[in-house]
Ligand binder design. Structure first.
Ligand code: 6PG
Length: 467
């Protein structure tokens, strides 16, 4: 007799961790992996959890092992593997059964699958927190029909991360690709947070001559204040670690070429489509791309000389901290505004305060500041985050330091593209009379595109022909 509450396909790192988490929370789970040996060894190595895990060796066996109507989580690589798996399951499942894609899908693919009229129910679910999160409590962002979410929400809530006040970090975001969209923006912000931390590290290392141990100490201190976050915490740990082979600081032996699977890039591309400015995220994607062109950078350094110069005037650690705080707030304000734009454009009703709440624990960008962001967004979700009184005060306190850091970087060849992008956006955002009148004049000059006038007078074209 079928006894599993749920099934899971794909016992890679994330799938195995998620399956163990589900089993541990008391839900019998049937599992299947393309390679049977992986399934067997996962079960054999599950210790006491094994009694809640049903290993299966074919898709037919998996389907039979799950109580009907079935729910099956896919933890396979995003893209074609998901389509292939859905196709393989289709003849085996009933129309009441539910497939949940828990990989890092492109939300356009999730929209396409939701619209395709699959022969079963379908949810797209963003899961954040890496292996540790999947095993002990991830942040979960669901998308699809609300009724389908409700069918499995008791399991998803049980396995999700909990905030200090006990809130479960598992939320239904909206129809179709809404969950995967929110996860994509999460990852874009993840790229930006990581890049800004790396830029500040660069100023400490190349501008101030700090050792990795000193950098570790600074980040550890900051992690006790407004910057408290998983990424600052692990940056301190990374900076403080020693290489077991050479004994040198780990950071000093790691190649400076960042990899990526593309979710940050998807955020930047989507932001462009939505005309929603996310310059900090775009700069972070650009920086990863430049970082991996090592040969080119070596030629650049040979041609122009080594750029980074010590900051002879020094730089207060408090300025670096304030700059990072300001950069972070500006980045999140952009990210939330992008989510609003998507909500409108795709006809979703994305719950901004809930999104901030679901990111408070379990996920990679979890931080104490998300508590305050959730509060500010609850007061007025339609207002740009940096216009919330609490954040106006924080940004006012941080921007002078951000200017000093970006200016020192520019003058000394210490690249800070993400921090600088945040600052430039802030300067535009806070300038009621900008400079796009020149662009409108140019457009009208060469293409008769027309413009609006400040004085409301009738003439909407310039006198260019007469010149
Ligand atoms: C998470 C992460 C995760 C992501 C990795 C790697 O929320 O748990 O975002 O989903 O895949 O962080 O991403 P990159 O390889 O693109 O850096």
């Amino acid at each position: 007799m079928a006894r599993a509450e749920i099934g899971l396909i794909g016992l890679g790192t994330m799938g195995a961790a998620l399956a163990s988490n589900i089993a541990e929370k008391g839900f019998p789970i049937a599992v299947w992996n393309r390679t049977t040996e992986v399934t067997r060894s996962f079960h054999a190595n599950s210790g006491a959890l094994a009694e809640n895990i049903v290993p299966t060796e074919s898709l037919e066996e998996l389907v039979k092992a799950i109580k009907s109507p079935r729910a099956i989580i896919l933890m396979v690589p995003a893209g074609k593997a998901v389509d292939d798996q859905i196709a393989a399951l289709s003849p085996l499942l009933d129309q009441d059964d539910l497939v949940i894609d828990a990989g890092n899908a492109n939300f356009h693919d999730t929209n396409r699958r939701a619209a395709a009229g699959l022969p079963m129910h379908f949810l797209g679910m963003g899961v954040s927190g890496g292996e540790e999160g999947a095993r002990h409590g991830p942040s979960i962002m669901g998308g699809g029909d609300r009724a389908d979410w409700d069918r499995v929400s008791h399991i998803l809530t049980a396995i999700s991360a909990k905030t200090d006040d006990g809130t479960a970090c598992a939320t239904w975001m909206g129809q179709a690709g809404a969950g995967h969209f929110v996860k994509t923006v999460h990852n874009g912000i993840e790229y930006a947070d990581m890049q800004m931390i790396a830029e500040i590290y660069g100023i400490m290392r190349d501008g101030l001559g700090h050792t990795a141990a000193e950098v570790a100490e600074t980040f550890a201190q900051w992690n006790k204040g407004p910057l408290q976050s998983y990424l600052v915490e692990i940056s301190a740990a990374v900076a403080g670690a020693a290489d077991p082979i050479t004994g040198k600081p780990m950071l000093d032996v790691i190649l400076d070429a960042a990899g990526q699977k593309g979710t940050g890039r998807w955020t930047a591309i989507e932001a462009q489509h939505l005309a929603a400015p996310v310059p900090v995220i775009e700069a972070a994607v650009m920086a990863r791309n430049v970082s991996s062109r090592i040969g080119e950078r070596q030629l650049g350094e040979a041609a122009y000389g080594p750029a980074p110069k010590p900051l002879t005037e020094g730089m207060a650690t408090a300025d670096l901290e304030q700059a990072l705080i300001a950069g972070k707030i500006l980045c999140y304000a952009q990210g939330f505004t992008m989510i609003s734009a998507a909500s409108e454009s795709f006809g979703w009703d994305l719950p901004l305060p809930e999104i901030a709440r679901v990111w408070r624990a379990g996920c990679i960008i979890r931080s104490s500041m998300l508590n305050e962001m959730a509060t500010a967004l609850s007061e007025d979700a339609g207002r740009n985050l940096i216009l919330a009184p609490d954040f106006v005060a924080r940004v006012k306190a941080g921007v002078p330091a951000l200017r000093r850091v970006v200016a020192a970087g520019a003058l000394n060849g210490l690249a800070c593209p993400a921090l600088a992008a945040g600052l430039s956006w802030f300067d535009m955002f806070t300038t009621a009379r900008g400079t796009a009148n020149m662009i409108q004049g140019q457009r009208d000059f060469f293409g008769a595109h027309g413009f609006d006038r400040l004085d409301g007078a009738d003439s909407h074209h310039g006198p260019w022909g007469a010149n």
